[in-house]
Design a protein around this ligand. Structure first.
Ligand code: PLP
Length: 449
C-alpha cells in the first residue's frame, strides 16, 4: 500500500469513534492501522514494517498473502460465495476430507464452526449428549474461548468477570514444573503428581457426573507449557477408566504450530473430540471446527444433532482451508516448523536466556515458544504479577515497545513474551528476530534485582 500518514489518521479516527475492541478499556488503546502484509511481515501506512513473530493472533501459520490461498478464495468467490449448511458443497467436503485424513485415530467427521470458541462449545455439547453427564473438567492456565460456556472453561483471569458459576465446569491443575503447584522438582515427579491430582479431582467431583476433560495439549496463551512425557497418554487412560471423553483443544496448536500437524501427534494420543480453528486456513477467512470420533458421531446417526450455524462450512473459508493445507504439505511447512524450533528458535532463545537475567525460563517446540520473564531468577518473582492491573504490565509493555521500535512484533501476555511466528519463517528472519529480542530484553533486565 502507498504510504499515507493522512490515511492512517482517517483509519485511526474511524476506529476510535466506532470500533469496540476485544478485552480492552476502550479509552486506553491506540490500535496500529495495518495496511498490508506479505510472508512473515506486515506494514503500516507510514512505511514501517514488522516481522510478525505473533502470527497475528497465533493464527497465521502460512504467513501473510499466500498466493495459492488468495487465488483459491477468489476462484470460489466467483463460483459460489455462500451456501446454506443443508446443502453439500465441494469446498466443504474436500476440506473435511483433508482435515480428517490428517487427524489421528478415528477422528473422521468434521463439524465446521466460525472459530475456536464455537468449536469448543459444540465439542462440549457433543460430549454431554454422548455421555449423558453434565460436568466438564478444564485446566487452570487454559484459554478455551470467550462465549458463555468457553469463558467458563477458561482457567485464567479472563474468566473472572463472566464466570456465572453454573456452567458445570470444575478446574484442575495441569503439570507446570517451573511454577509447580505440586512442589515437584523433576518433570517426572510433576507428571506423577499432576496425574494423582487429576484422578483425585475426578473422584471428588464424581466420575459419573463428568462428561469430558478438555485440555490444550500444549498450553498456549497460558504460557506455552509443554506437557511432560507420558502425561497426555495417562490422561487418556484416566478418561477411559472412568468413561469420560477426552477433548483436545488444538485451536492454537493445530496445523503445524508444534512441528506436527496436531500437537497430540507428538505423544501419539488419540482424543475423542479435537477442536481446531486458526491454522486450519491461517485465518484468511474465519473457520473452526470439531473433529469427531466414530463413537461420538454414531450418537447422532439416528437422532438429530441439536446444534448448527448459518455459516457452518462456509465455501470461502473451506476453499481457503483446502488451499492452505495443500500449500503446507507441498512446501513442507510442518517439517520446517519442527526444524526451526529444534535448530534455530530453541537454541537461539536459550542463548538469550543465558545473557539476560530477566529470562526465568524458555519453553516451547516447533514455532511455539515463550520467554518467562522474572524480576529475580531465584525467587522466580514474575516481572508482571498474575492478573496484573494495566499499570503493573508496564515492564512487559516496554519490552514490546522496544521490539516494535526495531521492527519486530512478538506476542505479549502476562509476564511473558511469546515467539510464535508463521511455520514458514525463514532461518534468516528467525535470526533477525532473535537479534532484536536480544536488545529488547535489556529493558526487562533493568527491572531485575
Ligand atoms: N482455544 C484456544 C486454545 C485458543 O488459543 C483460542 C484463541 O486464542 C480459542 C480456543 C478461541 O478461539 P477463537 O478466538 O477463534 O474463538
Amino acid at each position: 500500500a502507498a504510504e499515507s500518514p493522512q490515511r492512517a489518521e482517517e483509519i485511526r479516527a474511524a476506529d476510535r469513534a466506532h470500533v469496540f475492541h476485544s478485552w480492552s478499556a476502550q479509552r486506553h488503546i491506540d490500535p496500529l492501522p495495518v495496511a498490508g502484509g506479505k510472508g512473515s511481515y506486515f506494514w503500516d501506512h507510514e512505511g514501517r514494517s514488522y516481522l510478525d513473530l505473533a502470527s497475528q493472533f497465533v493464527n497465521l501459520n502460512i504467513g501473510h498473502g499466500h498466493p495459492a490461498v488468495i487465488e483459491a478464495v477468489e476462484r470460489q468467490a466467483r463460483q459460489l460465495c455462500t451456501v446454506a449448511p443443508t446443502f453439500a458443497s465441494e469446498p466443504r467436503g474436500t476440506a473435511a476430507r483433508l482435515i480428517s485424513d490428517l487427524a489421528p485415530g478415528d477422528l473422521d467427521r468434521v463439524f465446521f464452526t466460525n472459530g475456536g470458541a464455537e468449536a469448543n462449545e459444540h465439542a462440549v455439547r457433543m460430549a454431554r449428549l454422548t455421555t449423558g453427564r453434565p460436568k466438564i473438567l478444564a485446566a487452570y492456565r487454559s484459554y478455551h474461548g470467550a462465549t458463555a460456556t468457553t469463558i467458563n472453561l477458561t482457567g485464567d483471569p479472563r474468566r473472572w468477570p463472566s464466570d456465572n458459576g453454573t456452567a458445570g465446569v470444575a478446574h484442575f491443575f495441569g503439570p507446570f514444573l517451573y511454577r509447580s503447584p505440586f512442589h515437584a522438582t523433576t518433570e517426572r515427579e510433576e507428571c506423577e503428581r499432576a496425574l494423582d491430582h487429576l484422578e483425585s479431582t475426578i473422584v471428588m467431583e464424581g466420575p459419573s457426573t463428568i462428561a469430558a476433560v478438555i485440555i490444550e495439549p500444549v498450553v498456549g496463551t497460558g504460557g506455552v507449557i509443554v506437557p511432560p512425557e507420558g502425561y497426555l497418554a495417562s490422561v487418556r487412560e484416566l478418561c477411559d477408566e472412568h468413561g469420560i471423553l477426552m477433548i483436545a483443544d488444538e485451536v492454537m496448536t493445530g496445523f503445524g504450530r508444534t512441528g506436527s500437524w496436531f500437537a497430540v501427534d507428538n505423544w501419539g494420543v488419540k482424543p475423542d473430540l479435537l477442536t481446531f480453528a486458526k491454522g486450519v486456513n491461517s485465518g484468511y477467512v474465519p473457520l473452526g471446527g470439531v473433529l469427531i470420533s466414530e463413537r461420538v458421531a454414531a450418537q447422532f446417526d439416528d437422532r438429530p444433532y441439536p446444534g448448527g450455524l448459518t455459516y457452518s462450512g462456509h465455501p470461502l473459508a473451506c476453499a481457503a482451508a483446502v488451499a492452505t493445507l495443500e500449500a503446507m504439505a507441498a512446501e513442507g511447512m510442518v517439517e520446517h516448523a519442527a526444524w526451526l524450533g529444534e535448530h534455530v528458535l530453541g537454541p537461539g532463545l536459550r542463548e538469550l536466556a543465558e545473557r539476560h537475567p530477566s529470562v526465568g525460563e524458555v519453553r516451547g517446540l516447533g514455532v511455539m515458544w515463550a520467554l518467562e520473564l522474572v524480576r529475580d531468577r531465584d525467587s522466580r518473582e514474575m516481572l508482571v504479577p498474575y492478573a496484573a492491573a494495566p499499570a503493573d504490565a508496564e515492564p512487559v509493555n516496554q519490552v514490546m515497545a522496544a521490539c516494535r521500535k526495531r521492527g519486530v512484533w512478538p506476542f505479549a501476555t502476562a509476564n511473558r513474551i511469546h515467539v510464535v511466528p508463521p511455520c514458514n519463517l525463514s532461518e534468516a528472519e528467525a535470526r533477525d528476530g532473535l537479534a532484536v529480542l536480544d536488545e529488547a530484553l535489556c529493558v526487562a533486565d533493568a527491572y531485575t534485582t
